[in-house]
Design a protein around this ligand. Structure first.
Ligand code: SF4
Length: 353
């Protein structure tokens, strides 16, 4: 199949079958930048309502650049990978300061923005600026691998470079943005990881995996490390109708988000013993546990957390937190004003129920 045959078939299919996405209506560089940050690691249907709320809160790059970090994190709450939100805000600030408020339109400059890698740069340059620059995400890798029976799965630098090069050679002179989006759309809706819908595929007559019945063998699997299980206790400490919360240190996992205090089990500890020890270490007080509130299970990329949550009160001592950036006593209904990690959001929903 020549590149021009592939381009024609794919662009024709995309014209008829593309899904509605709010950033596609008005693909200006700021909106594409925001959508691409959100789409890193997250599916389109999850991103859409976040994107719409985001555009109401931060309709321009300038508004985002001057927003407080906690406000930005609050609008990201539930999307995960919070470093994306922090980087997006920093990128907006850099664009304001160094590029007169205009998203840079060349590869060297756009790659200087925090959180912008080769994929995001390619997406913004091709979709928002119409430049002939490729993208390569999981969907594109899968379609390429199956179309041409490539053994490359992008797991090593060398194999990823081969896939970038292949994609570069397939790009049309014009419409690179649509072509890139068509490739990603095909991977997301037709060339699915398991059981691709080859009968509906515009490239079925040209696809080598389809011809040889090897769709499910491509791309070759990567070795993945098993995810670790972690047991954690957390305390919802009440005092005079208010609850204690603390802000995680800015550097580190989920930095800048608020949380209920607690921590990981040490060897041989019960959930209650763990909580007594953690609160003593973190806040310098002893507590009385009134009752178990709930158990929350939550999966992150590399680990699965079981969170044992208890309602408690302070028994003795004066609260003097030593492992957080800020702390506060808030009413239950005020908890929604603070950004929390996803597992803690489940506790808040339960408390507000
Ligand atoms: S024919 Fe099947 S395997 Fe090949 S690209 Fe289309 S959906 Fe994927």
């Amino acid at each position: 199949m020549t590149p021009s045959t592939l381009q024609k078939k794919l662009l024709h299919w995309y014209g008829n079958e593309k899904r509605e996405m709010p950033w596609r209506n008005n693909p200006n560089p700021y909106r594409i930048l925001v959508s691409e940050f959100m789409l890193q690691q997250t599916q389109v249907k999850t991103v859409i309502p976040y994107f719409e709320r985001w555009m109401k809160a931060f309709p321009t790059l300038k508004k985002l650049a001057v927003a407080k970090e906690s406000t930005v994190l609050k609008h990201w709450e539930g999307l995960g990978y919070y470093s994306r939100a922090r980087n997006l805000r920093k990128a907006a600030q850099k664009i304001q300061q160094d590029y007169s408020g205009k998203v840079p339109d060349c590869m060297n400059e756009i790659m200087k923005l925090p959180g912008v890698g080769r994929y995001t740069a390619g997406a913004v340059l091709s979709i928002a600026f119409g430049q002939k620059v490729p993208v390569l995400d999981g969907n594109v890798k899968r379609v390429l691998s199956r179309l041409f029976l490539l053994k490359e799965n992008g797991a090593t630098r060398k194999s990823e470079n081969i896939l970038w090069e292949t994609m570069q050679q397939l790009l049309p002179e014009t419409e690179a943005g649509n072509f890139n989006q068509a490739f990603m759309e095909l991977g997301a809706t037709v060339c699915l990881p398991k059981n691709p819908l080859c009968l509906l595929c515009p490239l079925k007559r040209n696809c080598q995996a389809q011809k040889s019945g090897k769709q499910n063998l491509y791309p070759p699997r990567k070795q993945t490390a098993p995810s670790t299980k972690i047991e954690v206790s957390a305390g919802v400490i009440f005092q005079k109708n208010k609850i204690y919360i603390q802000k995680r240190k800015a550097k580190g996992l989920m930095g800048g988000l608020w949380e209920f205090p607690g921590g990981k089990f040490e060897s041989g500890e019960s959930p209650e013993q763990c909580l007594h020890r953690e609160i003593k270490e973190e806040l310098g007080v002893t507590i009385h546990i009134d009752e178990k509130l709930m158990t929350v299970k939550h999966s992150y990329t590399r680990f699965r957390v079981t969170l044992h949550v208890f309602l408690c009160r302070i028994r003795s001592g004066r609260v003097s937190p030593n492992q957080c950036d800020e702390w506060n006593w808030v009413k239950t209904e005020e908890l929604d004003e603070y950004p929390f990690p996803a597992a803690n959001v489940k506790i808040i929903k339960h408390l507000n129920h």
